[in-house]
Design a binder for this molecule. Structure first.
Ligand SMILES: *[C@@H]1O[C@H](CO)[C@@H](O)[C@H](O)[C@H]1NC(C)=O
Ligand SMILES: *[C@@H]1O[C@H](CO)[C@@H](O)[C@H](O)[C@H]1NC(C)=O
Ligand SMILES: *[C@@H]1O[C@H](CO)[C@@H](O)[C@H](O)[C@H]1NC(C)=O
Ligand SMILES: *[C@@H]1O[C@H](CO)[C@@H](O)[C@H](O)[C@H]1NC(C)=O
Length: 479
């Protein structure tokens, strides 16, 4: 990311030779380049500004469309409350079929905590012919949100963001990721599912709706104009996201994959997924009600609130995985910031530590086909011997150090079902020291994992780990 690697410099000589040999082509190449340049100029005339970096994308440029229903909203708005903040300039609507009996929004105390409700238009004239059990015609209403949100004529919109009422967004990270892209172009940004079977059926190129996705404003405007004709043509499909995907495909646009969106088509304990997040800011999590609470001994909603205590301190660092090695004890320490620290009692090479521990189950119940239960993830099995599993520490609390110069997050050991003494037996608390992460555009485009050090300051039951940027030629392994 910084200096060019050494190999590039040593390769310079042969390149000079090549230029000399190919001088005879220069005349042709030159005139061709002039033509190319002229063409580029015409294209650029539309907007000469190099990109929008001088005028960065903020939360105020986003408009959210949340798919819900009168029935599910009173229960699920707990999850929207986690991340919605009207006072930050958030705009958007929660689309419902009808207003809930108990309209929690009319309560003035919570009006700034939740987006307004919008009642969807009548979609009964559209056909819904999905032939297998489980299909719901509300898929049409939910898909049509992409048209109805544009029709609200919000001003100065760069991106429309879509999610379900059980999608939990990290809005600061979402803005960061979207700011990488030129919003004046056509973009469809999101992620696939964790399940191979679903991806095979619905499409590897589809942004799954529960993980949420974003459509740049110019694409959304065109999509809104043509969308009803697509709904007619795709009456046989199952879900709303399939309808949006099909229509965007017909416009010739494919998915820009951003792995920070998470559909979470998983059941049980998603610890493994959260402990080995890809090297990109966490944007969303889905299905909070159908997975186990993400922290032990808490309800689902309380566990999410706990994670958001870390989000408040350093949104961009949440779940970022950093691995370091304590060669005194041959321990491998893997930090998923704001969530967990795992201490392995052996040397685990980095590529192994980055694999997702399979603590969860597939989404679909039963084994319906040969490909059921396959994940689109590099997984590692949980060791059947509890004594061979790592010691796991969960986030306890986060605080500032001196004058807010740094952030200290501390993690408490959780119960380990092993009858004999573990090497980490005495260790109860791990403290992780970090700076606040604020990724610039280059770091977003070319991310690099951070390094960490186990500090020698270990006292009794406490170990300290400091996270920092790696040095240019630094390698992450057991020395
Ligand atoms: C309406 O709200 C009240 C108070 O929060 C609650 O007791 C009641 O069960 C709710 N009714 C429905 C139909 O959700
Ligand atoms: C949005 O703008 C269109 C075209 O100008 C207009 O027909 C429509 O009524 C507007 N909708 C709202 C909600 O203001
Ligand atoms: C769970 O929480 C309860 C109440 O806060 C506490 O008494 C109990 O010790 C906790 N259990 C574990 C395993 O942390
Ligand atoms: C501990 O592990 C044993 C054997 O692996 C298992 O039978 C038992 O249910 C576990 N107990 C708890 C509390 O997890």
């Amino acid at each position: 990311m910084k200096k060019p690697p050494i190999q590039n410099r040593t390769r310079l000589k042969p390149m000079i030779k090549f230029i000399l040999v190919s001088t005879s082509f220069c005349a042709i190449t030159l005139s061709f380049s002039v033509l190319l340049l002229a063409a580029t100029k015409i294209v650029n005339k539309v907007d000469q500004s190099p990109l929008h970096f001088s005028d960065p994308t903020t939360l105020n440029h986003l408009v959210f469309a949340i798919a819900s229903s009168g029935k599910s909203w009173p229960r699920r708005n707990e999850y929207t409350k986690l991340w919605w903040n009207h006072n930050n300039g958030m705009r958007g609507c929660v689309f419902v079929d009808n207003l809930p009996d108990n309209d929690t929004n009319s309560n003035s105390n919570s009006s700034s905590l939740l987006p307004p409700l919008c009642v969807s238009e009548d979609t009964s004239k559209f056909r819904y012919t999905y032939h297998r059990p489980g299909g719901l015609r509300s898929a049409i209403r939910v898909a049509r949100v992409v048209k109805e949100i544009v029709a609200l004529n919000h001003s100065d919109v760069r991106w429309y963001v879509f999610g379900d009422d059980d999608t939990v967004f990290l809005s600061e990270n979402l803005v960061k990721i979207l700011s990488k892209y030129d919003h004046r172009l056509w973009y469809y940004v999101g992620a696939n599912t964790e399940m191979y079977e679903q991806a095979q059926y619905f499409g590897f190129g589809m942004a799954f709706g529960g993980g949420g996705f974003a459509i740049s404003a110019p694409l959304a405007k065109v999509l809104a104009k043509v969308f009803d004709s697509c709904i007619e043509r795709y009456h046989h499909l199952y879900g709303s996201d399939s309808r949006v995907y099909s229509c965007i495909s017909e416009l010739g646009i494919s998915l820009t994959h951003e792995p920070g969106f998470h559909q979470v088509d998983l059941r049980g304990n998603i610890f493994g997924l959260l402990a080995a997040h890809p090297l990109t800011p966490l944007i969303s999590l889905h299905h909070p009600e159908t997975t186990d609470p993400i922290f032990p001994n808490m309800t689902q909603i309380r566990a999410y609130q706990h994670l958001f205590e870390a989000v408040e301190f350093d949104s961009q660092r949440v779940l970022q995985q950093t691995v370091c090695y304590d060669n005194r004890y041959s321990w491998t320490v893997s930090v998923s910031w704001g969530y967990t620290v795992q201490v392995f009692h052996n040397n685990m090479p980095l590529p192994e530590a980055l694999k997702v521990l399979k603590t969860f189950r597939q989404w679909k119940k039963g084994k319906s086909s040969a490909i059921a239960g396959l994940f689109n993830l590099n997984t590692r099995e949980v060791d059947p011997d509890p004594c061979k599993r790592p010691s796991v520490f969960y986030l306890d609390k986060v605080s500032y150090g001196n004058n807010k110069d740094f952030i200290i997050s501390s993690y408490k050991k959780s119960f380990q079902n092993c009858s004999h003494d573990m090497p980490t037996m005495k260790l109860e608390v791990i403290k992780v020291v970090t700076n606040k992460l604020d990724l610039d555009i280059k770091q977003l485009q070319s991310p690099r994992r951070h390094c960490c050090d186990v500090l020698p300051s270990r006292t009794g039951d406490m170990m300290e780990v400091a996270i920092r940027e790696c040095k240019d030629e630094e390698l992450i392994y057991m020395h």
